[in-house]
Ligand binder design. Structure first.
Ligand code: ISL
Ligand code: CA
Length: 575
């Protein structure tokens, strides 16, 4: 059985500061706004807060472009505010995780300014600079054909030296050169700076991109109609990754802190295990993207892809069993600031079934093994932005780049419509609209003008209303989080087994621990159906065996059969 440790049992709440709570009416969420809501978080039952970047930043990518690791972006507040936040959390027995972005910095960081100033700069080699490629006609090209994750070339030409620098994301996010030991040392010092302030862990942004294939070879041409090619083969999970990760872990262990690494572009279980299996002493857990990319098509995130419960079953089964067998650990999530809202994306619900659909998803994810991550607003069942909103309400650099590129290409109307549909389904903006606290103007998020429009449904869909409604999504999430604690031995540390392997509407699984067996039954459709319980439930199961249900519990139809209403979720416990 897995070893018991605090970070395995924790439920983590992710805060996107710009959109959480605005305390001073400037329209931007801030740290004092978070401090004001600590009792709300305690009452929800989460144990840890992960705060997205609040460092000084020009905000080209909402703070994932850090200009100073030891200063706070003024609109979010001050260093004293962060210290008060840490204290407020610790006073309530909660912990605090900072988001650390060290694959790249902002181009406004002094390190990059110095690096860029001249090829002779002592910091030149802190970033990845290369000479242009000159073809036979004398034309200049980037050093290789890598595409940036946000579109276009991954290289930007710099006039000062006539060289290019590498940026896997925006041109304003130059990649650090981890091959240089001074860079590694500097990152370690940044970590110590925050750990000494009382931070309990880090979420490490795109941490598997820090080691690149030496020589930076051209990527294979997989999308011939594009000038630049996806190159994750060469920039993700590079040869020195594990060495670097062990270096980070040594520091974390000194402080009993933990790290969850964000790892896009890993499909291979063995590679993931190298980073998270406990004896490796690297990361404690990672975010892998299998579930939240099962609806991404061949041409990437903004192309459509059908999925079925079989797709979902094989993903869940794979990671649940692999981690259990090899002493690794899962980070469970359905949403974050880069994903759209799960209730809109993964359930085909009608308005009347929205609460059922959101609570069904809470059950589905909440009874699995791993550390559970909840993204702000998920506990309220917040949904995607209304389809009627014009594109200028979308603020994200990724969405806007994509849309502008499409406009410039003069696409046929049906192609443009198809893209817009994908944006309405998957754009990062959907999870970035302000939290709907109450039914006042702008959902009580701000007394001023919000930096991003509040979802129109705040008038009837908000935290205040849900706090007083025992049938709300919020009330249900509290029960899920309590159940994870009460049945800890089974839910956190138990074994996992899929049930009903072929069912096209019901996702069902069982958890077995030393306390007993938990059976989870979730109807992923908006249709009522009869489910054959076969021998999975005790033949004469009783109402009191039900530990979670998102409808009033009803008796079995007849032995071996039960009725499941639209998006019904049921959890049974047998001691
Ligand atoms: O969101 C994505 C594309 O839609 C992902 O590919 C995402 O860019 C990737 O998971 C890395 O995300 C992280 O690093 C980015 C930042 O923009 C994201 O917000 C962050 O979570 C660059 O720092
Ligand atoms: Ca503010």
């Amino acid at each position: 059985n897995p070893k018991r440790v605090w970070w395995k049992e924790a439920s983590v709440y992710q805060i996107y500061p710009a959109s959480f709570s605005d305390s001073n009416g400037d329209g931007i969420g801030d740290i004092p706004g978070i401090v004001n809501k600590l009792d709300y978080l305690k009452d929800l039952g989460v144990d840890v807060v992960w705060l997205c970047p609040v460092y000084e930043s020009p905000q080209v990518d909402m703070g994932y472009d850090i200009a100073d690791y030891r200063a706070i972006h003024a609109p979010y507040g001050t260093m004293e505010n962060v210290e008060a936040l840490i204290e407020g959390l610790h006073d309530r027995d909660m912990k605090f995780v900072m988001d650390l972005v060290v694959n790249h910095t902002s181009d406004q960081h002094v390190w990059f300014q110095e690096s860029r100033s001249s090829p002779q700069s002592t910091k030149r080699d802190w970033y990845i600079w290369r000479k242009p490629v000159i073809d036979k006609e004398g034309n200049m090209h980037p050093p290789n054909n890598w595409a940036s994750i946000f579109g276009g070339s991954a290289w930007t030409f710099d006039d000062i030296s006539g060289e290019y620098y590498l940026h896997l994301f925006c041109p304003e996010q130059p990649d650090l050169n981890w091959e240089n030991p001074h860079v590694v040392d500097e990152v370690h010092q940044v970590m110590r700076y925050w750990l000494n302030k009382g931070v309990d862990g880090f979420r490490m942004d795109v941490i598997n991109l820090i080691s690149k294939e030496p020589g930076l070879p051209n990527a294979p041409i997989t999308i011939p109609e594009q000038d630049f090619q996806p190159a994750d083969l060469f920039f993700a999970n590079g040869p020195r990754l594990h060495e670097y990760l062990r270096g980070l872990r040594e520091i974390l262990d000194e402080y009993d802190a933990f790290a969850v690494g964000e790892m896009p572009f890993v499909a291979d279980e063995q590679e993931v295990l190298r980073s998270v299996a406990s004896h490796r002493k690297e990361l404690n857990m990672i975010f892998q993207f299998d579930m939240v990319s099962m609806d991404n098509g061949k041409a990437g995130k903004f192309s459509p892809q059908d999925w079925t419960l079989d797709t979902l079953r094989s993903i869940v089964n794979r990671w649940q069993t692999c981690m259990y067998r090899h002493d690794g650990w899962n980070a469970l999530f359905l949403e974050n600031h880069d994903q759209s809202r799960s209730v809109s994306r993964f359930t085909p619900h009608k308005t009347a079934h929205r609460t059922a659909a959101a609570t069904m998803l809470a059950t589905f994810i909440g009874m699995q093994a791993g550390t559970l991550f909840i993204y702000q607003g998920q506990e309220l069942g917040m949904s995607n932005l209304p389809a009627s909103w014009p594109m200028n309400e979308y603020k994200d650099v990724e969405t806007q780049n994509l849309y502008q590129l499409a406009l410039a290409q003069d696409l046929e109307k049906n192609q443009l419509d198809a893209l817009l549909n994908e944006i309405r389904l998957k754009a990062r903006d959907h999870s970035r609209s302000p939290i709907q606290w109450d039914s006042e103007r702008h959902g009580g998020f701000t007394t001023g003008t919000p930096w991003m429009r509040v979802n129109d449904d705040y008038t009837h869909h908000n935290a205040k209303q849900q706090l007083s409604d025992p049938g709300s999504v919020l009330a249900y999430w509290k029960r899920v989080l309590r159940a994870r604690k009460k049945f800890r031995d089974t839910v956190i540390y138990g074994d996992f087994r899929l049930l009903d392997l072929e069912h096209d509407a019901v996702f069902s699984y069982q958890r077995t621990g030393c306390q007993g067996v938990i059976t989870v039954v979730t109807n992923f459709t908006g249709k009522q159906l009869t489910w054959e319980t076969l021998d999975r439930l005790p033949p004469s199961w009783r109402m009191q065996d039900v530990v979670l249900s998102n409808y009033p519990v009803q008796a079995a139809l007849q032995p071996g059969k039960m009725l499941l209403r639209p998006f019904e979720a049921l959890v049974f416990f047998e001691g």
